[in-house]
Design a protein around this ligand. Structure first.
Ligand code: ADP
Ligand code: ZN
Length: 731
């Protein structure tokens, strides 16, 4: 028999499948990892197909060995590999690597073996004692311990000496078995009571499990009890003897949330996230593959959990940007989820309080079901959102970061003994330019997205068409010279709070304060325990945290994400304001949100204030259609990265010429094509140049294949080239 093997070689461009002979001594299956001779070396590989006759007439070599005692890649995943490779233009081996823990590659798995001692078969306590000399005190003691059941050799040896155990084993009185010790991630114990579902929740579970659609959008305001619905659906699925995959954004994988799953399902849960050690990750993965655990809970990559017979896949906070992988190999989690759902004829639930425009559009078009939860479980109202005009603040003489209204309310909240959260918007590296007098933001004439300042040449540029603009000295709208760039940091905010309220206890959460492992959870639980009055933080404080004593939320520089040079920016801002508002007044206390902005009349804030997603959706989807942005077009970025700037530039130029030639033949397929430096020119000492294009929807399939073809035929020596579809950020 012949096996088709994909060799696991990291540095080369090789993505060929090679034939090897299956030696009769090896029991090999599709999905097995094997050792094979390759050139002069031995290398690891994956069997993707087994056949009777070879494809070539070359003499073939035999497979050297089987690498694991189990088959790590399920047949489903082989099918998925073909699909992902084709649709995302990925190397097969890069896709396969997504499916197994990194630790398995290169023979780095070290299983920890422990020895477990029991009485040998047929030996009883009495028979053992009668065969031992009276003065063999330690051996007799061990036998009496074992009469009550087995014990670890380490424990017995410590107490009675290892030689006594060996002596007993030699006489055949005891048996020593090797057991693999499993590392388990420590999980916090949380109180969990199985609540009675309310009518909305009941109906949602019913619809998900037995409704018309296999895929549903669960659109429920924050605190409407979505997690409870997930838990209930998973329980049903397990009762049917099936398995479940539950995805949450990385940042929501708090001990609190994991604890809730563990409390409900115990050992049946395996967790997969970036906080695990390699060993823990491997062991959790293996528990899933073996069926010892039947629920995979984790961030994006848990979509590849090696589960069979999947009954339900849930993607919570489906709008979250972390579901699109930014690193090679790039993939979109929901696309993988759709494949796996169909493969298993399972259910798929996308949950959100602020669905992505595209998901909502598809639900409205009937491509999936739409389940709406209108009320919060505990009956509390959504908080009041107060929009504060920061230009007016400035005119009235307040030059600070905090508005008069926010200062007043902070004072009141402190007095009442409640907690506040202050959110600081700091997305990306890009800076937009705003007039502090009238709020005018510099935008591209052609694309209607805000311009980004480029330090090297001191120009404002549009990231979609590349058009450069001179930095204005005076505001083109009001004539004042108070144009501003840049932003404030969390430290500045804390300083200002301290100046006003010296007694206030503050906590800060940003990239700097969360560098150490575990510090993220420490800060959150300190805040939950009431050890601080005010939590100041970046994006990290936005998601899924339930703090019952928070009654005030401040959002500073809400514009930051609004004018981020990105067509998503209104959508992002709406999501952010809504998610952040969801933090206020969760328990029996009503909350207030103070939202500071230089553009108080922007439609996003009006819809967010009224909690009118539907209104926002209609407005925004219309703008996208008129301006030719996704979901009505596809944005494709080809990023060339190299330590040699000339090389990155040359590659970009060569590909641009080819794309322009294609564009000339098919002008109807493109909205725009531009080549330029990436907004962030250098990351980790590598220069970055990019080609950005917008493809017209009807034609995007063909044009995309052409783009892949152009990229693939390019000689990429000393450089890497990435193709991204609708990139989350343009750095
Ligand atoms: P969401 O995921 O929509 O934000 P959760 O499922 O986390 O909402 O629910 C918010 C809070 O309400 C949680 O503390 C949860 O335990 C509680 N809860 C959910 N459903 C019910 C219910 N039917 N009865 C009582 N409490 C509930
Ligand atoms: Zn433009």
């Amino acid at each position: 028999m012949i096996a088709e093997v994909i060799v696991d070689i990291s540095t080369s461009e090789i993505d060929k499948i090679f034939d090897y002979i299956v030696p009769p001594t090896l029991d090999l299956k599709v999905g097995d990892r094997v050792k094979v001779p390759f050139g002069r070396q031995q290398t690891e590989g994956f069997i993707v197909h087994i056949k009777q006759t070879p494809t070539t007439t070359h003499p073939l070599k035999p497979i050297t060995a089987k690498l694991d005692s189990f088959t790590p890649i399920l047949p489903e995943m082989i099918e998925l590999m073909w699909l992902m490779s084709k649709e995302n233009n990925l190397r097969l081996v890069d896709v396969l690597r997504l499916f197994i823990p990194a630790m398995m590659r290169g023979g780095r798995v070290k299983e920890i073996k422990r020895h477990f001692v029991t009485l040998a078969d047929g030996v009883t306590f009495e028979s053992a004692l009668s065969s031992l000399k009276p003065n063999a005190v330690n051996q007799r003691a061990i036998v009496s311990v074992l009469s009550g059941g087995g014990e670890w050799a380490a424990v017995l040896g410590e107490e009675y000496g290892f030689s006594a155990i060996s002596a007993l084993a030699e006489k055949g009185i005891v048996k020593v078995a090797e057991v693999t010790k499993r590392r388990r991630p420590a999980l916090k114990q949380v109180q969990d009571k199985e609540v009675r579902l309310n009518m909305e929740q009941d109906a949602a579970v019913e619809e998900i499990m037995r409704g018309k659609h296999a895929e549903n959008l669960l659109f429920g305001v924050t605190g409407s009890g979505k997690t409870e619905i997930y838990l209930r659906c998973i329980k049903e699925v397990l009762e049917q003897g099936k398995t479940a995959i539950m995805l949450v954004p990385e940042i929501s994988l708090t001990p609190q949330m994991m604890g809730r799953f563990r409390a409900r399902f115990g050992d049946k849960v395996a967790v997969l996230h970036s906080g695990l050690s390699d060993g823990e990750r491997y062991d959790e993965w293996l528990r899933l593959l073996r069926g010892d655990a039947v629920i995979a809970v984790g961030a994006r990559s848990a979509i590849f959990a090696p589960l069979q017979n999947v009954g339900i896949i849930i993607i919570d906070e489906e709008h979250d940007g972390s579901y699109v992988s930014e690193n090679n190999p790039r993939y979109v989690t929901s696309e993988v989820a759709e494949f796996r759902r169909a493969y298993h004829n399972a259910k798929l639930v996308l949950g959100s309080a602020t669905p992505s425009l595209d998901t909502y559009r598809r639900a409205k078009a009937g491509e999936m079901g739409l389940i709406t939860l209108k009320n919060r479980v505990n009956g509390t109202k959504m908080p009041e959102v107060r929009v504060v005009d920061m230009c007016a603040e400035l005119r009235s003489g307040n030059n600070g970061i905090l508005s008069a209204e926010l200062i007043d309310r902070l004072g009141e909240t402190l007095k009442e003994g409640n907690q506040s959260m202050i959110f600081l918007n700091r997305r990306g590296f890009a800076s937009f330019m705003i007039c502090r007098k009238c709020g005018k933001v510099m935008k591209c004439d052609d694309c209607d997205v805000s311009l980004t300042w480029h330090k090297e040449d001191n120009l404002l540029k549009c990231h979609y068409c590349g058009k450069p603009y001179v930095v204005p000295e005076k505001c083109p709208s009001c004539g004042e010279s108070d144009m501003r760039l840049g932003r404030v940091g969390t430290e500045r905010v804390i300083e200002e709070i301290k100046k006003r309220f010296p007694a206030a206890r503050t906590l800060r959460m940003d990239k700097d304060t969360t560098r150490k492992k575990g510090s993220y959870d420490e800060i959150l639980s300190a805040f939950r325990m009431g050890e601080a009055d005010i939590l100041v933080g970046t994006q990290m404080i936005v998601k899924g945290h339930d703090f019952p004593n928070v009654t005030l939320v401040g959002i500073l520089d809400a514009d930051m994400s609004l004018y981020y040079e990105d067509y998503h920016s209104a959508e992002r801002t709406y999501q952010l304001v809504t998610q952040m508002s969801g933090r206020a007044g969760r328990a029996d206390k009503e909350g207030v949100v103070v939202l500071q902005t230089y553009s108080p009349r922007h439609y996003v804030f009006a819809y967010a204030r009224d909690n009118d997603y539907e209104g926002f959706y209609k407005k925004e989807i219309n703008i996208r259609e008129v301006t030719n942005f996704p979901p009505f077009t596809k944005i494709v970025r080809i990023l060339s990265v190299s330590e040699d700037e000339e090389r990155a530039l040359a590659l970009t130029k060569e590909m641009l010429v080819k794309i322009r030639a294609y564009q000339k033949q098919h002008p109807e397929a493109f909205v725009a094509v531009a080549g330029m430096k990436s907004p962030v020119k250098k990351i980790e000492n590598k220069y970055r140049y990019q080609i950005i294009m917008r493809l017209v929807r009807e034609r995007e399939g063909d044009s995309l294949l052409k783009v892949y073809e152009i990229v693939n035929e390019q000689d990429k020596k000393n450089a890497s080239v990435f193709v991204e579809i609708n990139p989350q950020n343009m750095n």
